[in-house]
Write a protein that binds this ligand. Structure first.
Ligand code: DC
Length: 229
């Protein structure tokens, strides 16, 4: 069996990371959630007061301070899944809250942030045997990935999934706020100048609005074996 790179891109909250994690576990590959990396940079900006009063990013200051931002992963020994770290501290829970979700698209649109994250992601793929999810993995980070999937689902289905996920973590959430956030992020992610969210011409399209998690898992595994066996 060949060791390959699996690039999973698509809209926010459409279950990319769930399917990517499951595939990585089943085939013994490393899993990397690149959204978590952009979220960690956003957390740094929030913690350091790098948003102006009207909610804009203090771009120049963040650019100068990027050398203070070390994003990494450590393996959770219980689940065998990577946990994102910011300057050596595990921030997995803090990056999932609404404060980060509301600001992350602005941070992810900045070319110097993307450049730093892309470099780091490409290093992680040197040995292949990697499942990476994000928005630009098949188009920019690994344009030669052997298997590319572009995942989508309706905004309502995605907001409902995110709502349940946050509720399960006992966070206070409002469905309409989440739906508005999902739509806003789609817009910003698809319209930014640097590495906008789009389907690579050679990516397989998966609309999972009507699929169960199990159906999706089997479909992805089948695509993997078609390429890797
Ligand atoms: O997948 P997520 O919702 O955790 O991603 C958070 C944000 O980061 C999302 O608004 C898009 C952005 N992102 C990106 O621009 N490029 C990536 N490779 C991954 C995420």
């Amino acid at each position: 069996m060949k060791r390959i790179i699996v690039a999973i891109d698509g809209h926010s909250s459409c279950g990319k990371s769930t399917m990517a994690k499951e595939l990585a576990r089943e085939v013994g590959y490393v899993y990397v959630d690149t959204g978590a990396m952009y979220r960690a940079v956003t957390l740094f900006a929030l913690d350091n007061g790098l948003f102006t009063e009207d909610g804009e990013v203090a771009v120049e200051t963040l650019n100068h301070r990027m050398n203070e931002v070390q994003v990494g992963f450590v393996l959770d020994t219980e689940t065998n899944l990577p946990l994102v770290t910011l300057n050596g501290i595990i921030v997995e829970d803090r990056i999932r809250g609404m404060a980060v979700s509301e600001k992350v698209s602005l941070i992810a649109a900045l070319p110097f942030v993307r450049e730093a994250m892309t470099k780091q992601q490409q290093l992680m793929g040197k040995e292949k045997g990697l499942v990476m999810d994000g928005r630009d993995i098949g188009t920019v980070v690994f344009p030669k990935a052997e298997l590319k999937i572009f995942v989508t689902a309706s905004p309502e289905v995605r907001a409902e999934r995110r709502f349940k996920e946050l509720k399960a973590k006992n966070m206070t959430v409002d469905f309409n706020e989440i739906l508005a956030n999902v739509k806003e992020r789609d817009y910003i992610d698809s319209h930014r100048e640097t590495a906008p969210l789009r389907q690579a011409p050679d990516a397989l399209l998966l609309d999972n609005s009507q699929l169960t998690r199990e159906e999706q898992r089997r479909w992805l595994l089948e695509q993997f074996h078609k390429v890797a066996d």
